[in-house]
Ligand binder design. Structure first.
Ligand code: UT7
Length: 324
């Protein structure tokens, strides 16, 4: 018997305001057609004025607790993946903890941009498998609308706001790939690529929050290769072939990256959960949002084998293989 970190609850929250591509036609020199064909995005949600990342995270957290049928007192800790915190500190995690009325355990944030949820899952898995925690909530929550340059057509059309939350619980496994729970993880980063995707402000530089800057095309070319190799590395640790995966639940940055990665792995698009058309790129929130949508509509079922992969600023990238 070995200890596994098993998903027991999932939930998400999207702000009410839905912004179609046509909104940007009046803002910058772009078209609905360009955005759809180059990125696959049709609409995205933007947080209301005054609505913060922790507000979205709390809504997703409550949905996940309800889905798991547990109370906040059953949690040992909260890990929030975000690059758009309410404040420089304290962490969004502790804000969520307070808002949920959780007065024990711990909370902290993980910052690995679009790969943040994968990094947070890997941390949570290590804490559960090592016996440090029994039950953890992992949240991806972002308000990227707050760091958009609304005059930059190459970025402002791509991102959205939202939050997703997952609860992992310690359970026994036989140590085989048939076990439920997280089966393997693979993390990577290479700081030499920092100029490919970054925010041009910060505490110790400008003293401002800054705006997102991206070299989209070079990043696109890095993405398919690095996502395929991290996915294959994670799968090989479990002895599972790509063809045995029930669902790829990828980071949702661009439909062409999602298609390119699935094709390289030989997995048909019918087995890929796609939300990029409805959510845009929600950075660390995109994978838990997609997992939650796929579970809620009945596609993802208990026992399904899931591969998630993500890449983002850093560059930082990674993959998780888990059985639902
Ligand atoms: O989540 C983190 C990871 N993020 C990513 O991995 C994103 C990676 N990159 C991408 O998704 C794609 O590179 C983009 C969607 C950002 C762009 O697609 P692309 O096929 O790489 O286009 P491109 O950057 O090569 O640009 C093609 C043309 C350029 O015009 P010229 O130089 O050929 O005249 C751009 O100026 O499209 C132009 N363009 C636009 N045109 C209309 C750029 N943005 C827009 C726009 N509307 N919004």
């Amino acid at each position: 018997m070995i200890r596994r970190a098993i998903p027991v609850g999932i939930g998400h929250y999207l702000p009410d305001r839905i912004v179609p591509n046509s909104h940007f036609e009046a803002l910058v020199d772009t078209t609905d057609e360009w955005i759809r064909t180059r990125s696959g995005i049709e609409r995205r949600h933007f947080a209301a004025d005054g609505q913060t990342t922790s507000d979205l995270a709390v809504r997703a957290a409550r949905a996940a607790l309800e889905n798991a049928g547990i109370s906040v007192d059953d949690l040992d800790g909260i890990i929030v993946a975000t690059s758009t915190p309410d404040l420089t500190f304290p962490s969004v995690g502790t804000m969520v903890q307070a808002e949920l009325g959780m007065t024990r355990g711990f909370a902290f944030d993980v910052q690995a941009v679009c790969a943040g949820f994968i990094y947070a899952l890997c941390n949570a898995n290590a804490m559960i498998v090592s016996g440090h925690a029994e039950r953890l909530m992992i949240i991806g929550a972002e308000t990227f609308s707050r760091i958009m340059d609304w005059t930059d057509r190459s970025t402002c059309v791509l991102f959205g706001d939202g939050a997703g939350a997952m609860i992992l619980e310690a359970g026994d496994g036989a140590g085989t790939s048939q076990d439920r729970g997280i089966l393997s993880t693979d993390l990577n980063s290479d700081g030499r690529y920092r100029d490919m995707l970054y925010v041009d402000g910060g505490v110790s530089t400008t003293g401002t929050a800054g705006k997102l800057r991206m070299q989209g095309n070079p990043l696109f070319r890095q993405a398919v290769d690095k996502l395929t190799s991290t996915a294959e590395a994670a799968l090989s640790k479990t002895g599972i072939a790509p063809g045995d995966v029930d669902w790829i639940v990828p980071h949702q940055a661009n439909i062409r990256i999602i298609q390119g990665t699935a094709k390289k792995m030989g997995v048909p698009m019918e087995r890929v959960i796609q939300t990029v058309q409805d959510h845009g790129n929600t950075s660390a929130a995109s994978i838990p949002l997609a997992l939650s949508v796929g579970a809620a509509d009945g596609r993802i079922k208990q026992g399904d084998l899931i591969l998630s992969e993500a890449i983002g600023g850093g560059l930082a990238w990674g993959a998780v293989v888990l059985r639902w």
